[in-house]
Write a protein of this length. Structure first.
Lengths: 223, 180
């Protein structure tokens, strides 16, 4: 046995104490896993983030604006735009010609829908943090659910897009902070989270990543 | 345990089978998560996340490795993601040289030796640390590590060799005490 071997053996023995794990809380963990799976497979309405009435009004107004702009574009553009739409449809047909591309588009839709939800949560969180009215019960659950979806998306082909992958990582950091926020009115912690959102330009990147209309033409029919 | 039968029962949503699968693997997953994160909450979160993913993705398991190896692949991916997030949150990972400089007085009492070892392990690049912890601390084989980390067995051996060499260097001051 060489000197290195003896040293390795001694290090190995000493390392047994390195971060020695306690007994896992098996039953409690199992309960949490079951609860998370139940949430994951629950009907969509039950999983959605509960938005406040004024947010619904704001969302309604935003939707009306989007529809108004769309109508304006069609009516002002006239026949020229019809050609553009037809060309886009033809292009969309070509894009979806293969199964792989359809799958890619499906992941993209899932990512877009996910980013929309994140944007809603972060908008409400930022506004309420500014008012010092953050009640963690409202945010912890949605943040944890979005965190799980984030990690699934990071493992999916959607993350092949480097920009989206980077955005998902930024979102993950912010969601971890929100999920871990104790909700005890600690302004410093709230400020730290809000600062994190600002420093990473998360809202800006989110809005840049989201399509300006509803679901992009190329993604229609992918699911 | 008849693995294919157990998997079929889990895929058929048999609650007893789900619990059986969980019971068979939770300890090893939790131990690895705890050894790597050093934090009870994070270890529980990683374990929870691992099993949620396992149940979601079990239909994709093709039996090319053992179920245990596949579950550990999911677990290591979750733990590495978690460590990356923690690193981004705290920016705490310490360069090797810096760790070697800490408490650099030869022959100190054993607690200091343990502290130095801890710092040296934490200063290892995360893949080397994972291989060292899996092999030398948790007793995984190189085949299991290769399967879990998606690397050839030879790469796992090389990584372990490098990790051990770095630890020997970091603890050179204590060599006499360690082998004495």
């Amino acid at each position: 046995m060489t000197e290195d071997d003896r040293l390795d053996a001694a290090i190995r023995k000493l390392a047994e104490a390195y971060q020695r794990p306690p007994e896992p809380p098996r039953d409690a963990l199992w309960g949490r896993i079951q609860a998370q799976r139940a949430e994951w497979t629950a009907p969509r309405g039950r999983r959605e983030f509960q938005v406040r009435p004024w947010i619904r009004w704001a969302a309604g107004l935003a939707a009306a604006l989007v529809i108004g702009v769309a109508i304006g574009r069609f009516s002002v553009g006239g026949p020229g735009n019809v050609g553009t739409v037809a060309a886009t449809d033809a292009h969309a047909g070509a894009l979806l010609a293969t199964t792989d591309q359809s799958a890619q588009a499906a992941y993209r839709i899932a990512a877009t829908e996910y980013l929309n939800r994140v944007e809603t949560l972060l908008s409400v969180f930022t506004i309420e943090a500014g008012r010092g009215q953050v009640a963690n019960r409202e945010f912890e659950g949605p943040a944890r659910r979005l965190l799980l979806r984030n990690r699934l998306l990071q493992d999916s082909p959607a993350a092949d897009d480097a920009a989206l992958a980077a955005l998902l990582e930024d979102i993950e950091v912010v969601l971890v902070q929100i999920a871990a926020y104790a909700g005890d009115g600690d302004e410093e912690e709230l400020g730290f989270i809000a600062q994190g959102i600002q420093d990473r330009s998360v809202m800006l990147k989110l809005r840049a990543a989201l399509p300006s209309g509803t679901v992009p033409v190329a993604m229609q029919g992918a699911l | 345990v008849d693995e294919p039968h157990l998997i079929a029962r889990v895929l058929a949503r048999d609650p007893a089978a789900e619990r059986e699968l969980y019971d068979a693997h939770v300890d090893r997953v939790y131990r690895l998560a705890y050894r790597m994160t050093g934090d009870e909450t994070l270890a529980e979160e990683c374990t929870q996340d691992t099993f949620v993913r396992v149940f979601v993705k079990l239909g994709e398991f093709r039996g090319q490795s053992s179920l245990g190896t596949w579950i550990h692949a999911v677990a290591t991916s979750v733990v590495l993601n978690c460590l990356r997030t923690v690193k981004r949150l705290h920016g705490r990972e310490m360069p090797m040289e810096q760790a070697a400089d800490l408490g650099n007085e030869p022959g100190e009492a054993e607690p200091d030796l343990k502290r130095r070892l801890r710092q040296a392990i934490e200063a290892l690049p995360v893949k080397l640390r994972m291989v060292f912890v899996m092999h030398d601390v948790e007793g995984f084989t190189h085949e299991e590590i290769g399967g879990a980390l998606g690397m050839p067995v030879g790469t796992s051996k090389v990584n372990l060799f490098r990790a051990r060499a770095r630890l020997r260097d970091a603890l050179a001051d204590f060599a006499g005490e360690l082998v004495g």
